[in-house]
Design a protein around this ligand. Structure first.
Ligand code: NAG
Ligand code: NAG
Ligand code: NAG
Ligand code: NAG
Ligand code: NAG
Length: 667
């Protein structure tokens, strides 16, 4: 117990001792009483529950000083050094009056010793027996003796009380200064301090992380936590400031050196998920290209000093905690655009010579960040060891849930890979709330430039991009020679895209002119959505898919998926990309796919970047419902010569983008 707890709401006037003391004998009783005075085994139940009732009475109103600086709810036991030896005393302090303890002994019902006289006054609550008065007529026998012993015990109690009060006064002199400093200070620079202390008082047990940081329910521990772990309260002057002010040793700056051997990166990426295996395959396949890019950059920037940064890459959508719906679909035609981009981001950062940590689970994230044990409401246990964190919306959510205040402190270091972008109206919490732009993904109040899109479709966000392959002249020559002018490959690996309404019409037209190839995933039999005249290869490994593209003349999109990397890849391999114009345009207001995404950008075609930045002769955007327009486009495409193969390595551009941006506002 701990007198303390009941003391918070009930006065300690009736101090009850357990019945068994009577049975065990007087010596033990007095011993126990001393113990309870000193050790705090008192409980504050109603008097009269027990045959033994210790009551306190006012002795004088001269009051000791310490009784005044202990406010209700502030237990002296919470002062450093007070606990636990004076816990019992705290009850008396709480009453704010010095107390003399008198003891009434009265056998409880059923325990009345034989021959004992009546004990009416004991039975009536509040009936006090003055000490000086002889309580029983002579010859009362056992009861009288007990009474006498009780008197002795009572005298001892008085003495003990005096000793305790004396020591309290001494103690309070020693720690008076400190005790004052464990009250929430009213410093205008810390307006939230007292409110936070109040919150801690009520809720510090709601997350074990507070106890991890030393919070134990005492006022001092609240203030120490709120001033040293969080920063709502001013630092306590009597605390050892050197320990708290030990600034994170900023490591000596190291120059980043371009790396051209990616084998260590492949190790860092780990395995165990189809998605990681896919990403590694891509990186491996592009190894030579990365090495070349590293050499070129080294030549170009050789002498420029670049700091090596410590970078955490947390791929949130691949964590089990976010459901990881992607990994199981890698081999079933699921979307790979994000993985392509992540693989390239990792390779870019690695080639640039930065220190990399890669996490694809919440556990790894927590240990890399230094999340204290508990539910994630506390700040990190150490200064963030990363200059930058690349993550996605899932990862952002996980960080917010596990970093406490540190999330706000370090949010400037976060970069969010966000394919479709986040518009400022959805990002700004207050604006979003007032104007109905709150979404499941939005209102993070980041700098909009911290969101990095897959294509450069908005000046509000940054553009991260990805890498498209580069062909050398020999390869280009080879491709030009090997093109079949009447071969079309359909964009999309999932059967669902073939359900498009009105597809029969334009597919019929296309089939008149070209041989149509599909790469639709299927398990055992041909997917029924794919018409019989389409040559379906099933899901192809990347190199084989690339061979198909190198032979094909046309890469045709059915309207989904939106804005992926595949059309650029097709164009790089000498295909013409034909896509549908959207009228009305698709957006979060009218299309399920975009619903809830923090943007209302309208897409006027499946791949606006291809339409607006590449265009003819590589990209044709037509109304698929207009048979004449569609047919004319097919004919024109068949006539075009595979001229300059489009697509360009973006490695260098990506490099600049990933390093250039600096968040202007500090935390
Ligand atoms: C009470 O205390 C006095 C002296 O302190 C002692 O002489 C006496 O025997 C005690 N009485 C009992 C019943 O213990
Ligand atoms: C304060 O803490 C530092 C580092 O923990 C320690 O070296 C120093 O001796 C401490 N000073 C005092 C006065 O306790
Ligand atoms: C890359 O490094 C690994 C070991 O770190 C080594 O085994 C391999 O031969 C290197 N590759 C090249 C191309 O230098
Ligand atoms: C072009 O690339 C191919 C395959 O990557 C390679 O075998 C060939 O040597 C390269 N040619 C030139 C001229 O670099
Ligand atoms: C073509 O028309 C159908 C039916 O009117 C419509 O559902 C579909 O969205 C249109 N397709 C395109 C690409 O505009």
């Amino acid at each position: 117990m701990t007198c303390g707890a009941p003391c918070d709401d009930t006065p300690c006037s009736g101090i009850r001792l357990p019945d068994r003391l009577f049975v065990l004998g007087i010596g033990f009783f007095s011993l126990c009483f001393l113990m309870t005075s000193l050790g705090g085994q008192l409980s504050a139940r109603r008097p009269g529950d027990s045959p033994f009732t210790i009551r306190t009475e006012d002795e004088d109103s001269g009051g000791s000083e310490e009784s005044h600086d202990v406010l209700p709810g502030h237990r002296p036991s919470q002062q450093p050094g007070f606990r636990p030896s004076l816990r019992g005393v705290s009850c008396w302090n709480f009453q704010q009056r010095p107390a003399v303890v008198t003891l009434q002994l009265c056998p409880g019902p059923g325990r009345r010793p034989p021959g004992a006289g009546s004990c009416h006054r004991c039975a009536s609550p509040g009936g006090q027996i003055p000490r000086e008065e002889p309580r029983f007529p002579p010859g009362a026998g056992l009861m009288e003796r007990i009474q006498a012993i009780a008197q002795n015990v009572s005298d001892i109690a008085v003495k003990v009380d005096q000793i305790l009060r004396h020591s309290l006064i001494l103690h309070s002199k020693v720690s008076e200064g400190r005790r004052d400093q464990c009250e929430a200070p009213s410093d205008p620079k810390f307006p939230d301090c007292s409110g936070k202390v109040e919150w801690m008082r009520a809720r510090w047990t709601s997350d074990p992380c507070y106890a991890f940081f030393g919070v134990d329910g005492t006022e001092c521990s609240f203030l120490i936590y709120l001033s040293e772990v969080e920063w709502f309260c001013p630092p306590l002057p009597w605390r050892n400031q050197t320990a708290t002010q030990m600034a994170p040793k900023s490591l000596p700056k190291v120059q980043a050196v371009f790396r051209s051997n990616l084998s260590h990166l492949l190790e860092l990426m780990g395995s165990g998920k189809e998605s990681l295996i896919f990403m590694k395959k891509r990186t491996k396949r592009l190894t030579a290209q990365w090495a070349l890019a590293a050499q070129r950059l080294a030549q170009k920037l050789g002498s420029v000093w670049r700091d090596q940064k410590q970078i955490l890459v947390h791929i949130g959508f691949l964590t089990e905690e976010s459901g990881d719906v992607f990994s199981p679909r890698v081999l079933k035609g699921g979307p790979l655009g994000e993985m392509v981009q992540w693989a390239d981001i990792l390779a870019t950062l690695y080639v640039l010579g930065h220190g990399l940590r890669i996490t694809v689970s919440l556990k790894e994230l927590q240990s890399n960040l230094g999340v204290p044990p508990g539910r994630g409401n506390c700040p990190l246990t150490m200064p963030l060891p990363f200059d930058l964190i690349y993550t996605d919306y899932h990862g952002l959510q996980q960080m917010k849930q596990h970093m406490g205040l540190s999330f706000k402190k370090y949010r400037c270091r976060i970069r969010v890979i966000d394919t479709f972008g986040t518009e400022p109206a959805y990002n700004h919490e207050e604006y979003a709330t007032l104007h109905g732009y709150r979404t499941n993904w939005g209102y993070w109040n980041l700098n909009p430039k911290q969101f990095m899109t897959m294509f450069p479709h908005t000046p509000d966000n940054s553009f991260m991009g990805f890498v498209s392959e580069e062909l050398n002249e020999t390869e280009k020559q080879l491709i030009r020679g090997g093109k079949a002018s009447n071969m079309a490959v359909v964009y999309g690996k999932e059967a669902s895209i073939w359900k498009l309404q009105g597809k029969d019409k334009f597919l019929g037209v296309l089939n008149k002119y070209m041989e149509i190839h599909g790469t639709v995933y299927y398990e055992s039999q041909r997917p029924p959505e794919v018409p019989a005249f389409v040559k379906n290869h099933g899901l192809l490994p990347q190199p084989e898919f690339q061979q198909l593209l190198r032979k094909a003349k046309l890469f045709i999109g059915f309207g989904f998926p939106y804005e992926g990397p595949a059309p650029l890849e097709a164009i790089a391999n000498g295909c013409v990309f034909l896509q549908a114009r959207f009228s009305p345009p698709h957006s979060s207001l009218n299309h399920e796919f975009f619903r809830g995404k923090p943007t209302s950008r309208e897409l006027f075609s499946q791949h606006p970047y291809a339409e607006n930045f590449i265009g003819k002769p590589h990209v044709w955007t037509v109304d698929y419902n207009n048979s004449e327009e569609f047919e004319a486009a097919i004919k024109a495409i068949m006539r075009t010569q595979p001229s300059g193969l489009g697509g360009k390595v973006q490695t260098e551009a990506t490099r600049y983008r990933s390093e250039k941006f600096r968040c202007p506002a500090g935390p």
